[in-house]
Design a protein around this ligand. Sequence first.
Ligand SMILES: Nc1nc2c(c(=O)[nH]1)N[C@H]1C(S)=C(S)[C@@H](COP(=O)(O)OP(=O)(O)OC[C@H]3O[C@@H](n4cnc5c(=O)[nH]c(N)nc54)[C@H](O)[C@@H]3O)O[C@H]1N2
Ligand SMILES: Nc1nc2c(c(=O)[nH]1)N[C@H]1C(S)=C(S)[C@@H](COP(=O)(O)OP(=O)(O)OC[C@H]3O[C@@H](n4cnc5c(=O)[nH]c(N)nc54)[C@H](O)[C@@H]3O)O[C@H]1N2
Ligand code: SF4
Ligand SMILES: [Mo]
Length: 743
Amino acid sequence: MDDLYTLVDHEKPYRYKEGDLTVTRGSAWNGPGCHLGCGVLLYTNDDGELVKVEGDPENPYNQGRLCVRCLDTLESVYNKDRLLHPMKRAREDRGKDKWERISWEEALDIVADNLNRIKEEYGAESVIFQQGTGRDIAPWITRLCWSFGSPNYCFGMSGMSCFLPRVAGCAATTGAMWVADYSQQFADRYDDPEWEVPGVVVVWGNNPVVANSDGAYGHWVIDVMKRGAKLITVDPRRTWLANHSDAYLQIRPGTDAALALGMLNVIIKEKLYDEDFVDRWCYGFEELAERASSFPLDKVEEITWVPKEKIANAARLIATSKSAAFQWGVAIDMTKEAIPAGQAIAALFEITGNIDNPGGMIAPPSILPYSGGWGQELIPQAQKEKRIGLDKYALLNFGFQMASTDELVKTIETEDPYPIKAAWIQTTNPIANTAPDPERTLNAYRKLDFIACVDLYMTPTAMALADVLLPAAMFPERDGIRCGDNAQRGEAINKVVSVGECRSDQEINLELGKRLNPGAWPWRDVEEMYGEVLACTGMTFSELREKAPAYLPFTYRKYEKGMLRGDGQPGFNTSTGRIELWSTFYDQAGLDPLPYFEEPTPGPGSTPELLDEYPLVVTTGARNWSMFHSEHRQVPRLRNMHPDPIIQINPKTARDLGIEQGDWVWVENQRGRCKRKAELTPIVDERVCSTDAAWWFPEEPGAEDEGLFGMWDVNIGKLIGYEPGKAGFGSNYKTLLCKVYKA
Ligand SMILES: Nc1nc2c(c(=O)[nH]1)N[C@H]1C(S)=C(S)[C@@H](COP(=O)(O)OP(=O)(O)OC[C@H]3O[C@@H](n4cnc5c(=O)[nH]c(N)nc54)[C@H](O)[C@@H]3O)O[C@H]1N2
Ligand SMILES: Nc1nc2c(c(=O)[nH]1)N[C@H]1C(S)=C(S)[C@@H](COP(=O)(O)OP(=O)(O)OC[C@H]3O[C@@H](n4cnc5c(=O)[nH]c(N)nc54)[C@H](O)[C@@H]3O)O[C@H]1N2
Ligand code: SF4
Ligand SMILES: [Mo]
């Protein structure tokens, strides 16, 4: 194994003594919340209590650094609000705070009996398996779903508007997903001789220092800036990174595709693209050039609100830098036409040759093949074809094999083409967070015969809907493995404490899997199961935990070496073997093969008549330091950093509206309204405001007739609809019209 993987030569074993304390090396993967699984040192005392969590300086990934949420793990692990044992509630008591404590055996039996009963009566497709953002869940929930025989693995955002649009779009047009190269694929990081500092980092619709998204640790942007990288930021808010950028483009929300097409126009007209790369490796350049030519900068300035000189200069900086790494983020996925927006931005790094090059865009191979799902072979073909949305949206065949959220909610409501009868909801809080139109969503889910939730805490979703509620373990309470997610490293998660009767998601799914389809879950315990997953690496779990993280070999320009295609030929894994600037797949699927821009609807460009009533563009969900989506509201120190839901408004706009700093206001559009506290700040344009998402108040009464933890007044989903883009991906979470007035 040592010759295949680069492992870390730690000075000490994974567990050692330091004074009176025991230190255990591991990974914060996860919850309480984040995707990344940074290297941690967990300190426990002689009574077996967790007393401190620090960053592991020996871990190449985060190099000793941690965010507040991990530094404050103790307040999460020992939180008084945690679920500590399985509970059940009578079907007719849904929404009431009437829970009965039960044993794990009883809980898992109830779940298995109900799912099996429904499967027998309606077919396995009648049960959906829903997860939230990428926690340590995809392999285990997909195996549960597919081995049960259901094709309906799902995620509650309209248009699956997080990451999945970029993944599906990139897979369809290039055969891989591309992320910025910060040397994360090398164990020796910035010292690796193959790696080069990006000439410029383009932070686009992402705030990495706060959000650490898509596998990238935010500090890396600063690390490469210190090493000479220039910085461009495209964001409607003047963020900390925007302030430290060589070029800051303050874009109108939802107009990213137009901006990218305008930049493409400059780069192509001025012949600044990489002609050799385009000639040899790209398909459809002439067509792209023609499309881009219909985006002259006067027009683009009008659409995007970005001055045209700034657009041209940023385009030139991208094209003339020795390399450009795009730190692209979720804002691109959260517009209705996310697919062409992502396609236009990708074309910027594609035609400038920033593909699989040092300091450009890379597609690190996953150390384990299961990070996007495990066990596709377990579901019979006839069942696979029943996946909701597949008949309407061919793009669902690329990337994660999920059902369409938008079609799913309709299917629950109409029972067409078949009834949905049960839901397994694990690591997600859809009603308070992902769901657009939460009232409609709640009403749809209420129809289901049986719902089980697995969470760390009681949530508005669990309170409203669960018949059985199972308590999940946090990362210090379990053993585990981490793989993939663009980080190309294997990590070990090591258990140091137990809390209540909480069990890890992996153990829960193994035990339930054994009841639903024992043949697909033959392992005695999770360690044996991890052994199976790790088999392809030749490493055992005990070996991994001593030497993690483990890195696979990595080479640049794999397309030249025949390393990207199944047939071993040079080129990319697409039907033309090239990067498809003009997509043969979109063409066959009846979609526009080229990137395009469509005005967000409603919006200043598409519905000017609404501006009298709703004059402001509002973007939602911008991350804050101390919270991960709807989590951490119960954690005192973290909550104190961000006690209330906020809306950022320009001081001049606020003055015109008679709103002062700290006032409670209503944010309202044609669908509904919710409350926010006004934060007056010049970081937003006078025509734009930005508000956070996923709010609820765990301290308020939870029962449905008492308000579901105060959720209804603060749920921003009430302003959002189930309205995906033409390809079935993307939806307007980050582009709405609204008015704001004092509450
Ligand atoms: N308006 C608006 N809405 C948004 C966004 C936005 O920008 N704007 N962002 C969206 C995005 S990008 C995403 S990915 C989604 C995320 O949506 P979700 O993933 O649903 O996020 P949460 O609301 O935090 O719900 C996660 C739940 O899982 C629990 N949990 C955490 N860790 C674990 C674990 O290890 N095991 C188990 N069993 N449970 C765990 C938490 O306690 C919490 O209740 O939200 C989306 N919602
Ligand atoms: N602390 C914390 N970290 C997180 C999360 C969290 O909840 N809390 N969530 C995690 C998840 S699931 C995800 S997907 C990532 C997301 O991470 P990010 O991609 O950073 O998500 P946001 O902060 O919602 O948006 C990023 C930036 O996009 C800007 N923006 C808004 N609308 C637009 C637009 O139309 N165009 C452009 N170009 N920019 C726009 C916002 O102002 C914001 O500064 O973060 C992950 N990390
Ligand atoms: S990025 Fe931050 S919250 Fe996420 S694992 Fe690393 S330190 Fe923890
Ligand atoms: Mo996300």
